[in-house]
Design a protein around this ligand. Structure first.
Ligand SMILES: Cc1cc2nc3c(=O)[nH]c(=O)nc-3n(C[C@H](O)[C@H](O)[C@H](O)COP(=O)(O)O)c2cc1C
Length: 140
């Protein structure tokens, strides 16, 4: 699970994703985008990418660099992210999630969380993870 988080919201989502995966007996490696050494994408059954959105719907540069670092389009990428509807409404909300999902032709709908997932959105994260795993099993 690779993620980028400046102020902690995306990290919180990543933590819920991780604990849900562990609950389902999935082994998880964490990769802090922009900090940790490159990964070998072929090693993983599913690659989760977590990103926030900023600057009018933009994907952060660190995430773009990670995409270049991977260097090809694996077909097992699931995207989640956080954003804020106050920054330009529905058009720009979590747009980096849409952009990445489209780029990788992800077979999963991207998960969008408004700011911190703690509280009512926690369940939304968990059921998204359940959906990703179910769909992954049907492809195995
Ligand atoms: C300068 C700036 C621009 C932003 N632009 C957007 C945006 O276009 N769309 C969006 O959904 N959220 C936008 N946000 C909100 C962040 O994506 C949101 O706060 C996110 O949860 C931050 O993630 P982090 O806590 O993991 O760093 C913006 C935030 C900042 C500071």
């Amino acid at each position: 699970m690779a993620y980028l988080s400046y102020s902690g919201n995306t990290k919180e989502v990543a933590e819920i994703v991780e604990s849900k995966l562990k609950e389902e007996n999935v082994l998880v490696d964490n990769h802090r985008i922009g900090i940790d050494p490159p990964i070998d994408p072929e090693y993983y059954d599913i690659i989760f990418i977590g990103t926030f959105t900023w600057e009018l719907g933009a994907t952060p540069d660190e995430v773009k660099d990670f995409v270049l670092e991977i260097g090809y389009k694996p077909d097992n990428i699931a995207v989640f992210g956080t954003g804020d509807t106050q920054f330009g409404g529905d058009d720009l909300y979590c747009k980096a999630v849409d952009k990445l999902g489209k780029f990788y032709r992800s077979r999963w709908n991207g998960l969008k969380i408004e700011q911190s997932p703690r509280g009512s959105q926690e369940r939304k994260v968990e059921s998204w993870v359940e959906g990703v795993l179910q769909h992954a099993k049907s492809f195995a």
